[in-house]
Design a protein around this ligand. Structure first.
Ligand SMILES: Cc1ncc(C[n+]2csc(CCOP(=O)(O)OP(=O)(O)O)c2C)c(N)n1
Ligand SMILES: [Mg+2]
Length: 523
């Protein structure tokens, strides 16, 4: 069998790349291998595809997640067989929970080569299925473009889906077709009158009620409507514990999140009789703990679905505002001044305060600050308007990659990545991609040299008093990580700070200079 794919014919890989570009998928986060070489070669022959190399597949998939959250269009990923996918899987899990769409292209052995069980052979379909809404192995080169178009359509299905196209090497190098047009994107379904009437009835009853928001409803327009409804009816307003993208800051309706700590969450939700679910589900504890409930709402509290995550929330909130007569009620927006800079010793609330003071207008905040950042919402509430992106799937190592993808999606906006030292070590290669692509990301690396959160969790699960061996599993010292050195080695300048004055200066410096910058916050 002669390998084709010279300049004279359009091979399968090229027909796929053309289909992607013409279908509006013009960014590909990639970590290729031999089976993807024809795809890589096609990049030179097709204009319009921006290809971004990640040096670990978790960077690739996390970047696709951040890209989708900010651009609302899927990026492609290029991954090398089963192991490449497996390395990407944790951040695909996170993206899936975030409702982010992406088109994964996973190379495979040539169809006729699979039977010989060469080293990289594995059952890719089985590996990818749990985190993919759409899976297909392309059977031949003539099918690839059509399969690619179907994958894009699947990825665009609201709120965003994971589509995985497996590309055997011979389907990439044999003669393909022209590009295939992508079917029109599915629209979010409108909510009917039933759920609106039910929610309105609950709100009119005067019983203690709360609107619980997530997903698309957390943009400024949805928040304004929810703010009007709550101001008019006296209902409370909250967001889920984690949310893919929340618009916050001055001029917007502020809201609290359901706390992570079970006892705090139980207290916050105590007394409620009704929760109106706007894209959300009834709140559940992140983990089970002995003698604590999994469900966080009071026993006699009822849930009412106004809309699901897939449905269109703005129309539903408009209809609800009308039904309760809130159209002319002013939404209670934040109009305080941003906080002043904190000084002195570094501690979490001081960091939040200075962050609130310095966040530039329209910043994108990616939050994987874990314990350090748990209280950052309050002091950043009156910061300049910004978007806040959280970890949706609980798999740490999303922060630096999501920030990378968000910066690719929004080159005119400043990205501020809040990163724990433990979480940061999973996917620190993202810093290299930020340097190579000149991405405007300022990373605040919270170097407490521990898995701090797990110290609390050890006690919470009733595991008893930890001894030396157990504590060593939660400790990141011996040796201490040199984050400024790590960043520098990957082409990202940075500085270490040990006081709030230095923090303020260095964060200011990072924000004022284009390109990536890292502040190692030692405390
Ligand atoms: C993929 C994955 N592995 C392990 C964990 C368990 N885990 C949760 S938080 C955490 C440590 C976080 O440490 P760090 O980022 O330093 O946050 P800190 O609590 O110190 O602020 C670990 C290991 C996880 N959530 N995901
Ligand atoms: Mg830590």
């Amino acid at each position: 069998m002669g390998a084709k794919g010279g300049d004279d014919i359009v091979n399968g890989a090229e027909s796929l790349v053309r289909t992607l570009v013409e279908g509006g998928v013009d960014v590909c986060f990639a970590n290729p291998g031999t089976s993807e070489m024809h795809f890589v070669a096609a990049l030179d022959r097709v204009d319009g595809m921006r290809c971004v190399l990640g040096l670990f597949e978790g960077v690739v998939s996390g970047a696709a997640d951040g890209y989708y959250r900010m651009s609302e269009g899927p990026a492609a990923t290029l991954l090398h067989l089963g192991p490449g996918y497996a390395n990407a899987a944790a951040n695909i899990h996170n993206a899936n929970k975030a409702g982010s769409g992406m088109v994964n292209i996973v190379g495979d052995h040539a169809t006729y080569h699979r039977q010989y069980d060469a080293p990289l052979t594995s059952d890719i379909e089985t590996l990818v299925r749990p985190n993919s809404h759409w899976v297909k192995t392309s059977p031949d080169a003539k099918s690839i473009a059509a399969d690619g178009a179907a994958a894009i359509a699947a990825a665009r299905t609201p709120p965003g889906q994971i589509a995985t196209l497996i590309l055997p090497a011979d389907t990439a190098w044999n003669e393909g077709t022209g590009p295939v047009a992508v079917p029109p994107a599915a629209k979010r379904a409108a909510v009917g009158s039933g759920p609106v009437e039910e929610a309105a009835k609950v709100l009119r009853s005067g019983e203690p009620a709360m609107l619980l928001l997530t997903g698309r409803a957390l943009r400024a327009d949805g928040l304004a409507l929810a703010g009007q409804i709550c101001a008019k009816t006296g209902a409370r307003l909250m967001a889920q514990g984690s949310n893919a993208r929340t618009q916050r800051g001055r001029g917007r309706v502020a809201l609290e999140r359901v706390p992570y700590v079970v006892d705090q969450a139980l207290k916050v939700l105590d007394g409620l009789k009704h929760i109106i679910l706007v894209g959300s589900r009834m709140p559940v504890a992140f983990f089970a703990y002995p003698d604590k409930p999994s469900l966080l709402h009071p026993k006699d509290c009822q849930g009412h679905v106004l809309c699901t995550l897939e449905e269109e929330p703005i129309g539903a909130l408009e209809a609800l505002a009308e039904a309760v007569g809130a159209q002319r009620t002013p939404a209670p927006v934040v109009n305080e001044l941003a906080p002043l800079l904190a000084t002195g010793k570094i501690e979490p609330m001081a960091l939040g305060q200075s962050l609130g003071a310095l966040l530039p207008e329209n910043a994108i905040v990616v939050d994987e600050a874990v314990t350090t950042g748990r209280g950052f919402f309050a002091p950043t509430q009156a910061a300049a308007p910004h978007d806040w992106l959280s970890n949706m799937g609980g798999s740490i190592g999303m922060g630096l990659p999501v920030a990378t993808g968000a910066a690719v999606a929004c080159p005119d906006r400043k990205v501020v990545c809040l990163e724990g030292d433990g979480s940061g070590m999973y996917t620190l290669q993202a810093l290299w991609t930020q340097a190579r692509e000149g991405l405007d990301v300022t990373t605040l690396l919270f170097s407490n040299r521990t898995y701090q959160i797990l110290k609390g969790e050890l006690a919470n699960v009733g595991a008893g008093n930890p001894g030396r061996k157990a504590l060593d599993m939660l400790d990141l010292s011996r040796p201490d990580l040199d984050w400024v050195g790590l960043a520098k080695a990957m082409g990202v300048p940075g500085a270490k700070v040990t006081t709030m004055e230095e923090f303020n200066r260095r964060l200011g410096e990072g924000l004022a200079t284009p390109g990536p910058y890292l502040v190692e916050v030692e405390f």
